[in-house]
Design a protein around this ligand. Structure first.
Ligand SMILES: *[C@@H]1O[C@H](CO)[C@@H](O)[C@H](O)[C@H]1NC(C)=O
Ligand SMILES: *[C@@H]1O[C@H](CO)[C@@H](O)[C@H](O)[C@H]1NC(C)=O
Ligand SMILES: *[C@@H]1O[C@H](CO)[C@@H](O)[C@H](O)[C@H]1NC(C)=O
Ligand SMILES: *[C@@H]1O[C@H](CO)[C@@H](O)[C@H](O)[C@H]1NC(C)=O
Ligand SMILES: *[C@@H]1O[C@H](CO)[C@@H](O)[C@H](O)[C@H]1NC(C)=O
Length: 453
């Protein structure tokens, strides 16, 4: 610094000398050139090196001035920087103190940390041991749970069983109750029944004794009955004897004349005395002949009154009469016997077991009973029919008068196929049982006799 100032002073002195010798600074080049020219004119060769030197010095001085300026600027900067550094130092010192503090704290914290670590380690080991224990326990627990589950399921099963059993027990007890009730009922019924049975027994005993009594009574009664029966039979016999005696005195059938066939006199109430022909050759004794066709020339084409009264002769053809037949057959049960002789000479016999005819008011309607025979039941067609003559048309035929058509009286329904009163010839006919074979008749006899009981 002192050198630079010295140089400057020296420089300034030289410069003043130079300026005096030359011109001012701004007119250097111009003046230089002019000087040069003058110099050339004067002793240029001697002065010129000194002039160069001055020029050089002047440049250097100018340069050092700018540098000085720069240095002062730099100096102020330096000062500022110095202050700044001081400030920074201060703050640094402060921060160092803080750092120290922190350091202490950190050291302390590290100590604490170490303590903590120790504790943590201890705790970890404890925790590990606890963990081990825990795993042991958890396995135990799992085992326990499995057992518990199995126990639970078995428990549930048992619960259900218990429920079921309790229901069953409930049912059973209810059932038992009802059974007990029924039992009591049954017992009471049994008791009642026993009483009834006892009653019954006593009744039975009573009945037994009474039945024995009754049996004895029965025996007695039977004995009496037999006695009375024999008496009755005797009486019946006596009665029959009496009846036959009476019949002989006042006969209503041919029975009394069984051993003596032929014409006999009957005494029948409502009519009085009349003759009949008795027959005992055709079917045993005691038959009254009520109609006979033996080839005579008697006409059977007669009116109602004649049929009512009867006509013909006992030696030949005849009809006994509706009123007489009605009166005789209304006294007792009669059977009818019919005897037929075909044109070829073959004979046919058949019976009805309950023959009678009604009174005149009911048209002398025909009743027959059961048929017994081997040819056609030809009279059945006329059963319950009224008797018809040409002047008494009682038949069911609305268009024809059967009696007129057949020229004979009979129990017509429509045109009766079997009419034993028909004139000799094709109308006097009968049927075989087969219904196929019709045969003409040359002889007919109708006989009646009381039906034996
Ligand atoms: C037992 O089982 C029942 C039904 O399965 C369930 O509700 C219950 O929670 C179980 N109990 C236990 C202790 O497992
Ligand atoms: C109990 O009885 C009732 C009828 O009497 C029947 O329906 C039911 O099934 C019974 N329960 C059991 C468990 O037997
Ligand atoms: C009735 O009594 C007789 C004897 O007297 C006896 O033998 C019989 O067994 C009795 N019958 C009844 C049903 O008691
Ligand atoms: C006929 O019988 C009646 C009684 O039915 C009788 O009174 C009468 O005397 C009898 N006649 C003769 C002649 O026997
Ligand atoms: C039918 O009549 C015959 C005799 O002609 C007799 O032997 C028989 O017993 C009779 N039958 C009936 C059922 O009356």
């Amino acid at each position: 610094m002192g050198r630079i100032k010295f140089n400057r002073v020296l420089f300034l002195m030289v410069l003043q000398i130079f300026l005096v010798a030359t011109t001012t600074g701004d007119e250097t080049c111009e003046s230089d050139r002019k000087m040069e020219e003058q110099c050339r004119l004067h002793n240029y060769k001697t002065v010129k090196p000194l002039l160069d030197y001055f020029r050089q010095v002047r440049n250097e001085i100018e340069q050092s001035e700018t540098k000085e300026k720069q240095i002062s600027e730099l100096n102020s900067d330096l000062m500022e920087k110095y202050h700044e550094i001081v400030r920074i130092h201060e703050t640094f010192v402060k921060e160092a103190a803080l750092l120290n503090e922190y350091k202490n704290k950190v050291i302390k914290g590290e100590n604490d940390l170490q303590l903590c670590q120790i504790k943590v380690d201890k705790s970890e080991s404890e925790i590990n041991s606890l963990k081990e224990q825990l795993t042991d326990k958890s396995t135990n627990l799992e085992n326990c749970q499995v057992q518990l589950k199995s126990v639970n399921s078995s428990l549930i099963e048992k619960d259900e069983n218990i429920k079921r059993f309790s229901e069953i027990i409930k049912n059973k007890t209810e059932h038992q109750k009802t059974l007990e009730l029924e039992l009591e009922k049954s017992k009471s019924i049994l008791v009642k029944h026993e009483k009834d049975i006892q009653l019954c027994r006593s009744e039975i005993n009573k009945l037994n004794t009474t039945s024995e009594n009754i049996r004895e009574e029965q025996k007695k009664i039977q004995l009496k009955l037999k006695e009375s029966e024999t008496k009755l039979i005797d009486k019946v016999k006596q009665n029959q004897l009496c009846q036959s005696e009476l019949d002989k005195l006042s006969p209503t059938t041919c029975i009394p004349f069984g051993e003596d066939p032929g014409v006999h006199q009957l005494n029948v109430s409502g009519i009085g005395l009349f003759n009949v022909l008795c027959d005992s050759q055709l079917a045993g004794p005691g038959w009254i002949v009520i109609q006979q066709r033996v080839g005579g020339d008697e006409s059977f084409d007669r009116d109602w009154a004649t049929y009512r009264k009867g006509f013909g002769s006992f030696e030949s053809d005849f009809f006994l009469g509706l009123e007489k037949i009605h009166r005789i057959t209304s006294l007792q049960r009669f059977e009818l016997y019919i005897h037929l002789v075909a044109q070829n000479g073959r004979t046919y016999n058949f019976r009805y077991d309950d023959f009678k005819i009604s009174d005149e008011d009911n048209g002398y309607a025909l009743s027959l009973g059961k048929f017994n025979g081997t040819i056609r039941d030809g009279m059945r067609y006329s059963e319950n029919m009224k008797f018809s003559t040409f002047d008494h048309d009682n038949d069911k035929d609305n268009y024809a008068n059967c009696a007129a058509w057949f020229e004979s009286g009979w129990w017509y329904k429509y045109s009766s196929p079997c009419n034993l009163n028909a004139p000799y010839g094709p109308l006097l006919r009968w049927w075989d049982k087969s219904y196929k074979y019709i045969f003409n008749l040359k002889e007919v006899k109708m006989l009646i006799r009381p039906k034996k009981r």
